[in-house]
Design a protein around this ligand. Sequence first.
Ligand SMILES: Nc1ncnc2c1ncn2[C@@H]1O[C@H](COP(=O)(O)OP(=O)(O)OP(=O)(O)O)[C@@H](O)[C@H]1O
Ligand SMILES: [Mg+2]
Length: 460
Amino acid sequence: MAKTEAVRYVCSMCGHSSPKWLGRCPSCGEWNSFTEEKTAPASRGGKNVSSSSQSLSSIPVENEFRFSSGISELDRVLGGGIVHGSSVLVGGEPGIGKSTLMLQVCHLCSARGLVLYVSGEESASQVRQRAERLGLDLERINILCETHLEAICHVIRTEKPQLVVIDSLQTIMSEEFSSVPGSVPQMRGSCLEINTVAKQNGCSVFFIGHVTKEGTIAGPKIIEHMVDTVLYFEESELDNRLIRASKNRFGAADEIGIFEMGQNGLTPIKDPSSFFISKRENNELSPGTAYATISEGSRTFVVEIQALVTDAKSSYTRVFSEKIDSQRIMRTAAILERHAGLRLSDRDIYINVAGGIRVNEVSVELAVAAAIYSAFTGKSLDGDAVWMGELSLSGEVRPVSYGERRLKAADDMGFKKAYLASSMAVALGDKTKINLFGCKKISDVLRQQGTRGAKITYEF
Ligand SMILES: Nc1ncnc2c1ncn2[C@@H]1O[C@H](COP(=O)(O)OP(=O)(O)OP(=O)(O)O)[C@@H](O)[C@H]1O
Ligand SMILES: [Mg+2]
């Protein structure tokens, strides 16, 4: 008897499936996201399937687990280089530089063996033009302009490249999955098949993925589960790009890579501190500026927090902060109002991080409080001081992690003072050249600011 195809409906956002069409996905809440998917009935076979397990100790050890992508910042985010046979999903806004970076990686890895750039979006001559502009060796990069899954897998099997870039996953399709390119079944099937073929042939794969308007990689979340590493490309300022790992099976997921986009493609920035803080003339700061230390993976650097406090434009006060969570700013403002006597409840607060890097750490709260205080009072803060501390709702300055690393980063940048929790000042006093000012309460430390030259006494 002929097998009949079953039909199910799959959410194109999260992959949730349902036997009937639904207007709204019960899993992710998206409207009109269900598309029809035909599935072959499950095989009733399996009697002849045989398999056996083996001891881990009998698995041969690979001599070389990783190889360098040739780009130090990318290697750092990947956990030390590209793992042989691994799959990496790279997502980012249109035009951010995904294809550019991957083409550069192809060039830099090509000395090791064949590299293959599969383009489903651009023609071979467009890719060639970009490679020429970037000054890459055209001889050493193979291009395949193809969107058919079977054809791509065939080339991987026969030509056995050591690295493949799929630009992009959303363009790959197979007649086997009866839906349009970019749909859930196509993406899931293509990712699984290419992954399997690549792993069998010891080939590492980079999938470029589009992002949705919410900033997540388009397609079901299951795609992120299928790959070993997920990287997100972000724009911090006009020419700066950040890469973050949101998942990494072979390394930490909190590393960031920092690049500058220019005529010659993406260039790694090795010294982020000098990049994220503007030049200080004689340590004179404008009111509203404070320096914070941030720790991202193995990197610690100094960033400049800027605050502006104005009369509220309406009966509702607002906080405008894109790079630091607004809730954190509101909480810090409430603490300042309650424990440092600043009347902020009729003010609008604007917060920015110079260089445009997003900061998620609690350690930035003391610097934010200092910047708001400075903006509110019009008094400049010490230009040679960094601020590190979490604020409790009772106005206490709490210690933060990686104190020694933070002080070293500040010292390297020529900072002379650090305001931090008393317990940190006691613990780290003899480990740094920096003059530490330990504070217990936010009110203690702010009272002393803006009175340069005055004798400052702090509780330890
Ligand atoms: N001649 C040039 N000089 C400097 N930068 C350029 C030049 N041409 C393009 N760029 C930069 O490269 C970016 C395009 O990069 P790329 O095509 O790699 O992005 P993408 O993330 O792959 O985009 P998409 O998702 O649309 O494929 C442009 O936004 C621009 O900033
Ligand atoms: Mg592209």
